[in-house]
Design a protein around this ligand. Sequence first.
Ligand code: UTP
Length: 291
Amino acid sequence: MTKKVRKAVFPAAGLGTRFLPATKAIPKEMLALVDKPIIQYGVEEALAAGCEEIIIVTGRGKSAIEDHFDISFELEATLERRGKKELLALSRQVSNMVKLAYVRQKEAMGLGHAVLMARELIGDEPFAVILPDDVIDAPVPCLKQMIDVYNQTQSSILATMEVDGPAISAYGVLEGTPDSTNPKLFNVTGMVEKPKLADAPSKNAIIGRYILTPKIFELLEKTPLGAGGELQLTDGIKALLATEKVYGYTFDGIRHDAGDKFGMLKATVDFALKREDMGEKFREYLKSLSL
Ligand code: UTP
């Protein structure tokens, strides 16, 4: 029997240390890319891909995320009184967006541990994982592309992109062979976390989109803590490889690391230039700079 990917997990309980001091009191996932919190881009992507339920893994200091997707009674009443219809619609659109559930990760014990927290809410079905700080600009939403592949293969899928040179050392890297039937697929046989360039088994870096079969939960339960004393999602996926097929998928689109200061700056320029309401003005401003 084939199962559909209906649920998406958003791990959002990390400490966001790369973006200090901004993330001291504000969750990284709530940092605005132009005018929208980065997690909202991910939620919109999951909805566009057909997901019906969103599960956000939060922790201490993350209540702004819950407030963002909730009704803001005071704000909405004020906007209504002032006749600000467009702003009111914008605020309501966020709270009406989707069915959301929250689960706490008491300590930031790693991405694998964060995903494991969603076990009961997911149950026995395939699911997506979206890392909210990876914002992907794509003609077809990245997760939709991946679900299309999942529907054909019924196997776990890891989004991957080619990274040249020493920059590969910042990523988990896939080991395996290109698939003979589909040039965008990679038959995964292993994974190496943050290798030196000379040790990288391929140029295929893992980025923040996954479709996983529920088998991952029982494997994560048994996975010992890995690098940095954290439960690594990649260690769980490695264990999955022993019994199930896992594919890498080269998505169409551009991935921005919005959890990193420089990545966020680049994303801001790209997204602002594409905006109908400010793109032209912003382009003129950039041209006027004597760089
Ligand atoms: P990152 O490694 O990018 O997030 O994890 P981080 O640890 O918050 O960031 P830095 O490196 O200190 O700046 C990717 C996603 O996984 C979540 C994070 O919130 C982020 O959205 N995460 C990470 C958890 O939910 N729990 C964890 O234990 C670790």
